[in-house]
Design a protein around this ligand. Structure first.
Ligand SMILES: O=C(O)[C@H]1O[C@H](OP(=O)(O)OP(=O)(O)OC[C@H]2O[C@@H](n3ccc(=O)[nH]c3=O)[C@H](O)[C@@H]2O)[C@H](O)[C@@H](O)[C@H]1O
Length: 420
């Protein structure tokens, strides 16, 4: 009897232990799931969806060219990075000529998000709707293509900045590699497939020292992780063109500047610091040679982007299957007249009527290249691209915008009314 009782207690104890194990495992699993769910929903906030949202998307995507217009029916463009510098300018230019545009932007805090929100407000006042979302969110992209048969994607969302790549390398992989692949996946699955025009960079020329830089020059010696991710983007888009028949145009932008620009770029941060009486750091190359850039004004770049969309040709695939070859193009979009960084500073000093406190240092090994200079023959021939704005003229427009936007004209730094 006592042996039976003992066996019974022993088996009850074993059962209890099993039950305990089961409860603990289930609890651990559930808390892991909830962690995964909350972290992913924190990553991709579900601030999209619903009938009202879909109506806004459709309205924004609809071309508004009059029927029988000489320019044709009008494009319907999904524009990534729409609250960014070049994205906002392109969105407005497309809208103004009667194309439909839906923007997407993740409003990250790489630089002051209030500037991005101000750009979004400007776009909103012109009928361009910008979805707050990340291009890594495949569900959102699929939904957008379900709602609208976009004819084109202008992909300008990216982690920009050459030197920041040493501080935050993961953000370059997230946006410029993973985000690009996520977007291409959605595009290849879409029916009809859109044609894609996207922002590569002059930085892909890296250590190339043949000038001016031509599309046929080598681009296998990047000097920064930023450049490497843009170069990778050119190879990745080629794969999608080859396998799925997506029409792809990559644009190598050369140090783009202008009103509503990026605060992390030299012309912008120099302006801010000069006005605030702070010293600026001017990098200098080896043997005391000044650094130079083929600074390109944003309106010229916008014309290049629109011409690329207009000449992109069709993607050939449907339902993820290629039906024939599609265009794959790469163009330099530069200004063809490099200017040294000290000259850039001198022009700003003149317009701002303030002498900069210059701190000249050897260029640190942080990804910078000594100079850039675009050969734009190919873009001129195939896109009719012809930059018309000198750095002198473009900086004048930038400074005028800067003073107005930051309230210097009224002797106050408060938010001001500002228009392009
Ligand atoms: O064409 C591109 O593909 C890239 O262009 C731009 O890169 P960059 O040409 O490096 O522009 P930008 O930072 O304005 O520095 C300009 C000059 O000022 C020098 N520079 C910079 C900062 C500083 O404090 N001091 C300084 O001398 C600096 O050494 C350089 O000589 C975009 O940012 C990038 O996203 C990418 O699009």
């Amino acid at each position: 009897m006592s042996r039976q009782l003992h066996r019974c207690f022993a088996s009850t104890g074993t059962l209890f232990l099993w039950a305990l194990l089961l409860v603990t495992t289930t609890g651990t699993y559930l808390s892991f799931r909830s962690f995964v769910d909350t972290s992913s929903s924190r990553y991709f906030p579900a601030s999209w969806g619903g009938l009202h949202w879909e109506r806004q998307i459709r309205a924004s995507a609809s071309p508004r060219r009059p029927p029988g217009s000489p320019e044709g029916a009008g494009l319907s463009v999904l524009l990534t990075g729409a609250a960014g510098f070049i994205g906002a300018h392109c969105s407005l230019a497309l809208r103004k000529r009667g194309d439909g545009v839906v923007g997407i932007d993740n409003f990250n805090s790489y630089y002051d998000p209030s500037l991005k929100k101000a750009r979004r407000a400007l776009l909103g006042s012109h009928g361009v709707f910008v979805v707050e979302g990340d291009i890594n969110d495949g569900r959102l992209l699929t939904k957008l293509f379900d709602v609208v048969p976009f004819t084109h994607v202008l992909h300008l969302a990216a982690q920009a900045g050459v030197r920041y790549a040493m501080e935050n390398p993961a953000s370059y992989v997230h946006s410029n590699i993973a985000g690009l692949v996520s977007l291409l996946e959605a595009c290849k699955d879409a029916d009809p497939q859109p044609a894609i025009v996207w922002a590569s960079s002059s930085s892909v020329y890296g250590l190339n020292d043949r000038v001016p830089f031509s599309e046929s020059h080598r681009t296998d010696q990047p000097a920064s992780l930023y450049a490497a991710t843009k170069k990778a983007g050119e190879e990745i888009t080629h794969t999608y063109n080859h396998i799925y028949g997506l029409s792809v145009t990559g644009l190598r932008f050369f140090t783009v500047y202008g009103p509503w620009g990026r605060p992390d770029m030299a012309y912008f941060s120099f302006t801010r610091d000069i006005l605030q009486g702070k010293p600026i750091t001017v990098y200098r190359g080896r043997d005391h040679v000044d650094l130079a850039r083929d600074f390109t004004y944003v309106d010229d770049i916008v014309r290049g982007c629109l011409a690329s969309l207009d000449t992109a040709g069709r993607s050939t695939g449907t339902g993820g299957k290629k039906r024939g070859p599609a265009p794959y193009r790469i163009f330099n979009l530069g200004n063809t007249s490099p200017v040294t960084v000290p000259t850039l500073v001198a022009i700003l000093e003149r317009y701002l009527r303030v002498n900069a406190k210059k701190h000249v240092v050897e260029m640190p090994g942080n990804g910078d290249v000594p100079f850039t200079h675009a050969n734009i023959s190919l873009a001129r021939e195939q896109l009719g691209y012809k930059p018309t704005t000198s750095l002198e003229m473009g900086l004048k427009k930038f400074v005028r915008w800067y003073l107005s936007y930051y309230g210097y004209n009224r002797g106050t730094h408060e938010f001001n009314n500002h228009y392009l």
